[in-house]
Design a binder for this molecule. Sequence first.
Ligand code: 1HN
Length: 351
Amino acid sequence: MLKPITTQTEREAYYSRISKKHMAPLWESLHSLVPQYPSTRCIPAIWRYEDVRDAIMESGDLITSEEAVRRVLILENPGMTGEASITQTLYAGLQLILPGEVAPSHRHVQSALRFIIEGSGAYTSVDGERTTMRPGDFIITPSWTWHDHGNISEADGGEPVVWLDGLDIPLISVLDTGFAENYPEPEQPIIRSDGDSYARYGHNMVPVRHVSKSRTSPIFNYPYDRSREALARLATHSPVDEWDGVKLRYVDPSTGGYAMPTIATFMQLLPANFRGKSYRSTDATVFCVVEGTGVVNIGQEVFEFGPRDVFVMPSWASISLSAGQRDVVLFSYSDRPVQDALGLLREERVP
Ligand code: 1HN
């Protein structure tokens, strides 16, 4: 015989009693815990460089990079205010370093990428090697490596330099695997000359007895002119993908795998007047415009973009990219290596 159905009031009284024992009824939240498709708090958003540049430069009068440790304005996803997240797993920020400044050396478990946006004179040191930061360069700070940044003096031609930082901060936070420490000096000692890693690993060759010890690429600066040249050649001499234009993935040349273990990075070219078809993917992606102007449709949003703008595509939101009268070049990053490794990645292209 069926028991009489309880009333909502009786159920709520029961929920309240069990909450004191740190228990809750699964049946009230089952649908949101196991969504039919990704339902994220991450929303499409754009940071237009012309709207944010003044605030970034103003931060240079507010605090030194020494005091701030890192003078960065976090790009907060408007759906996740206060969480230092641009997507569920990734962080983005715009960092400023002025001529003559040093951002002191430290290391942490979080992996970082730098994508240089403007200015000249800045350099970053990673694990005993220094590299000059130039606009369009993609630079890696691997997990648990000492890193500090600096800028030459104004007299030597140093300018304010701004770059986009991408880190796996929310991912490391959800896994509770974060450790960090400061280096005893502001700058670490330099033990290899500028360009050493690139000479060893950046020319389709590796040192004869090289064995990969790290999960991160041994190249730590992928210079823009090389990436740009490859894209230009492919756009001119071969058919262009109808969704992506010409899109290349940065690799660890010693394995062919992703350049970073938790973050995938890409550079793509949309030929002038390209009208990209629509696709969606579970790897929420951050884009940074390098060259050209265009339009991106993300979900219900339409954003016009230009050089140095940053925009974000949430998981499973439809996206299509279009170029204006000139070729567009876009850098992008996502947590694709993590989804790939765990068999979670899904993509769909609208024909
Ligand atoms: C960090 O170490 C850097 O080294 C940039 O430049 C941004 C955001 C959160 C935590 C550490 C850097 C960061 C960061």
